[in-house]
Design a protein around this ligand. Structure first.
Ligand code: CP3
Length: 339
């Protein structure tokens, strides 16, 4: 087993910088498209053999140092009782968005082993086959709440913020239910065999720092404390570069960093007691190989002061990305960081 990724999570010395890519199993890979052409996205998530197959594809093709379970952050939300659909044009849709106390009280906190058994089955298949660590994941409570309250993606998050400000007790009750679900969900993934977990807070960056602290942070802290010592936790607050001093209070082992900040500045803001993950602009992969190498060098250099570094993009790989450039990225990271 190549455990370079896990060593970096723990801040131990590694002989090179491990790398994986957010959304590494996905549409930019013809091999993924082939599987996906036969089934819809939710069926793919719910069929352990297929989910395992597409999770392994990037490990074989790109030679990344970790696999991430193929699923979606909205899978447990569906299990909480909301009707979920993925539309090609609009992305995820959640019907009957949560706007009042009746809707909140109807939601269930899930027991993942019973309610989404296919996730744990995919994990069990994967750990038998992989020669690299497996990352499990969940959405963060705030990010999941935005989807549940808005009914899908959003531009200004007015419904979410209105609930936060006008009925904070209701918003808190919703966040409590989601947090219980996330803890159970991540614990079940760890019990099934994942080696680390990532908490995706894709919409944390729409909050002002003061609201992030008041309405989002404590729930992430609760999740991190519940999992402490069980598996390394990566917390990724997208668009959070302007509030990294607050983000670090989440207490995670590793902090994901997007590309809007110089990695050296991020390391400085996060302090010396955590590892960092990131932070190449995903669009760099549309550049020439020399540019990719140059930018990889810059990120590696910027992360030198961190307790540990896991190389990644600053957000998910884009569907239009040439596969050969993703391969070149992984090669460049391995070669340029070799010590
Ligand atoms: O990283 C991986 O390779 C594992 C798989 C993974 C998916 N979604 C597969 C997916 C992970 C970790 C996610 C997390 C996820 N899902 C997030 C957090 C990460 C981020 O991007 O900020 C969010 C916000 C979602 C919700 C979601 N799922 C959206 C907004 C969309 C539509 C946009 C899009 O890219 O199509 C999805 C669909 C989705 N999730 C796809 C994949 C591969 C595309 C579905 C398809 O094959 O058509």
């Amino acid at each position: 087993m190549n455990d370079t990724f896990l060593k970096a999570c723990r801040g131990e010395k590694t002989s090179y910088t491990p790398v994986w890519i957010m959304r590494q199993a996905g549409r930019y890979l013809p091999e993924y498209q082939k599987v996906r052409s036969k089934v819809d996205f939710l069926t793919l998530c719910k069929t352990p053999e297929l989910a395992a197959e597409v999770s392994i594809q990037p490990v074989d093709i790109l030679k990344v140092d970790a696999a991430i379970l193929f699923s979606d952050i909205l899978i447990p939300v569906e299990a909480m009782g909301m009707k979920l659909e993925f539309s090609e044009a609009k992305g995820p849709i959640l019907y009957d968005p949560i706007r009042n106390d009746v809707a909140v009280s109807r939601l269930r906190s899930i027991k993942a082993v019973e309610d989404v058994p296919f996730v744990m089955d995919a994990v069990k298949l994967l750990v038998k086959k992989l020669n690299v660590p497996l990352i499990g994941f969940s959405g963060a409570p705030f990010t999941l709440a935005t989807y549940m309250i808005e009914g899908g993606g959003s531009r200004n998050f007015t419904n979410t913020k209105r609930m936060m400000y006008q009925t904070p007790e209701l918003f808190g009750a919703l966040m409590d239910k989601i947090t219980d679900t996330v803890i159970d969900y991540l614990q079940a993934q760890i019990d099934a065999g994942v080696d680390a977990v990532q908490i995706f807070d894709s919409w944390a960056g729409v909050l002002s720092p003061v609201d992030f602290e008041a309405y989002a942070l404590k729930y992430v802290q609760r999740i991190v404390s519940a999992l402490k010592g069980k598996a390394p936790v990566i917390y990724f607050a997208l668009n959070g570069s302007a509030m990294l001093r607050l983000v670090r209070k989440a207490g995670a082992d590793v902090f994901g960093v997007d590309w809007r900040i110089d990695m050296a500045d991020a390391v400085n803001a996060l302090g010396g007691d955590a590892a960092v993950q990131g932070n190449l602009d995903p669009c760099t992969l549309f550049g020439k190989k020399e540019l990719i190498r140059e930018r990889v060098k810059g990120v590696l250099h910027g992360a030198q002061g961190a307790k540990g570094h896991i190389f990644n993009l600053g957000h998910g790989i884009l569907p239009e990305t040439p596969v050969e450039n993703a391969v070149a990225l992984v090669e460049a990271v391995h070669e340029l960081s070799s010590r």
